[in-house]
Design a protein around this ligand. Sequence first.
Ligand SMILES: [Fe+2]
Length: 239
Amino acid sequence: MRPQGMPKRRMLPAHYKELSVSKPRVDLFGAVHKGLRREIYATATVLEGANFADDAGKAAAAVALKTTLAFLDEHILHEGNHIAPKVKAVAPDLIPSVKEDHDEHLETSKELLALLAAVVGESGPVALGTGVKISQLFNTVVADQVAHMHFEETKINEALFANYTDEELTEIRVAIQTAIGPQRFGDWMTLMLPALNFAELVGMLGTMKATAPAPVFEGVSAIAAKVVKDWARVEAAIR
Ligand SMILES: [Fe+2]
């Protein structure tokens, strides 16, 4: 992996602002990346404040870290299985850097889980030292993930938008949702929904209400009622 604290820097495409405002398209990354960023920021904060010399502190840190890494690793799988082949078909030059990032992310995930396994049997200053290592390494995950997701939201989306229709992009999204399965799909909605702004919630839930089977919309609404702060306003807007 690259040295800690040294995230890659990529040039933004000159027209990236136009991508997000001038032509709304089916965006395979937007909502899920917002949810993942919210998740990793929260976990970074938990790890920085955790008392690794205390069993309860260790346990809380372990739950947060394992939960977040499971989402991140699974997300790489979804992108690799369903999005990468579509990108490869139209913009193969974009694939190597994304694959390199994904491989590094999976490697770092394993390193973090190994540190977590080690700290379970440690105590006192040794446990605190491992806790610092965990927190520092996870902060490189935050930096790398934010840069990586931005690359996907700009350069990868640019290639997808130029070569696939919204209907084709929706087919990719449905294939991912089908592969996830209903139970885990609920976990992903719990991750995503609180990260979205009002307009995005109205757009997503309004579309689901109009196009998804009623039980799916009802299930997602039940989750939203629990995790979205101003759900009543969203519900009123899509009524
Ligand atoms: Fe990715």
